[in-house]
Design a protein around this ligand. Structure first.
Ligand code: PLP
Length: 391
């Protein structure tokens, strides 16, 4: 049978089982316990070690990245009819929690270098919202898409200028850094995802990176049904069931032992794709736009120029699908999604251009350098067969 090559399929280190066995042996099969504490500690160390700017940050382990974004908005007081500036070029999970809170996302397009939120456009969009509604947006959600760092310091500076906190969606960017600082530690809150296809997995899970212990405690309070400290169950707020289980956190602790190895692997594949595609006319590999950006290259992504190659991304996708290779178009911008048809959006054409031309290529721990060579060879072959049929 032909081997199936996935975009990013999780891989266990072997250490996960030990943490799970310990949890069973000690009967910690609940959403608290030593693995939850241990996993949070591991993440905190990984994100903040050697970085004075992120001193004091705390991490809360949660059931999903989406839950982490939702809790960040709850803690920032986003409520009914509040507006939240949100990157349009992203996965729906970045924006949906705004709607959970009865608020309204306002979408902001990307800049060509990082493919993430355009800081200048964000600034003018906020000014326009203030003028149109007479109120400031409550938060800014910026995303490091595909692991590529956004220009997050500029985005945070704009947030500061307007007095609007930034939520940094680093779901795809665990291990990426910008100007030497880890993605997820710039914003007022940062979020991570440990879904099955991300850089590491807990079989489903996420984390909220909090500015201090006080806000972490607040996050955990809301994540555990907002139970007030009484002997009986007393509730003064609406809470959620968003904590990570001690079993899932055990998987997370095991995964932390191979995080660096996974990131090195993604980066090695990225370097190889980049080297091989440099020889292919009409294909642009999406590499770090400046030495300040250090992507984890969660997924390797390319732009395909149909005029030069004679190929659309869909032709490439189908050709590779026939060879059992999984590829995927880039995220469809939120301002083009039917569910967000009536949502305000500040667009500049960048994300629409990318959606029309881009493709994600296999990049996970099971993908080998030989797979990468085969994939680039097949794309090159497809392009040459198109130009041959033109002449
Ligand atoms: C995966 C992802 C999320 C949501 O994380 P889950 O753990 O799946 O809830 C949010 N934002 C982005 C950009 C993602 O890729």
């Amino acid at each position: 049978m032909m081997k199936r090559i996935h975009l990013c399929m999780c891989r266990m280190s072997g250490a996960e089982q030990k943490f799970i066995d310990e949890a069973f042996a000690e009967e910690w099969v609940v959403p608290l316990g030593p693995n939850v504490d241990g996993f949070e500690e591991d993440l905190k160390k990984y994100l903040t070690a050697g970085d004075p700017a992120s001193e004091g940050k705390e991490v809360a382990a949660l059931s999903a990245g989406t839950a982490a974004i939702h809790l960040a908005l709850v803690l920032l007081g986003v409520g009914k009819d509040d507006e939240v500036m949100c990157q349009s070029f992203t996965f729906a999970a970045s924006a949906n929690p705004v709607v959970y809170q009865g608020g309204r996302p306002v979408f902001v397009d990307s800049e060509p270098g990082s493919w993430n939120m355009d800081p200048a456009l964000l600034d003018s969009a906020i000014a326009d919202r203030v003028e149109k509604t007479g109120r400031k947006p409550k938060a800014i959600i910026a995303v490091h898409l595909y692991g590529m760092p956004a220009r997050i310091d500029e985005i945070c500076a704009i947030g500061e200028k307007w007095g609007i906190p930034v939520v940094e969606d680093a779901a795809e960017a665990l291990g990426s850094s910008y100007r030497g600082r880890k993605c997820g530690t710039y914003g007022h809150f940062g979020i991570l995802s440990f879904n099955g296809n991300k850089m590491i997995t807990t079989s489903g899970g996420g984390a909220l990176i909090c500015p201090d212990m006080e806000s972490k405690k607040r996050a955990v309070f809301f994540a555990t049904q907002a139970r007030e400290p009484f002997p009986y169950y007393q509730h003064e707020h609406i809470g959620f069931n968003y904590r990570l289980s001690n079993i899932s956190a055990g998987i997370g602790r095991g995964q932390m032992t191979v995080l660096d190895e996974h990131i090195d692997h993604h980066r090695r594949l990225a370097a190889l794709y980049q080297e091989l595609f440099a020889k292919v006319d009409g294909i642009t590999y999406h590499a770090n736009p400046s030495p300040e950006s250090e992507s984890n290259y969660w997924l390797s992504t390319i732009e395909i120029d149909p005029e030069i190659t004679g190929c659309t991304p869909e032709m490439v996708r189908q050709h590779l699908a026939n060879l059992n290779v999984e590829t995927r178009p880039l995220w469809k911008p939120m301002h083009l999604q039917p569910v967000y048809a009536d949502t305000p959006a500040y667009v500049n054409g960048v994300s629409e251009h990318l959606f029309g031309r881009g493709l994600c290529l296999p990049s996970g721990p099971w993908v080998t350098p030989e797979d990468v060579k085969m994939i680039v060879d097949e794309i090159t072959y497809l392009i040459s067969s198109q130009s041959a049929s033109l002449t």
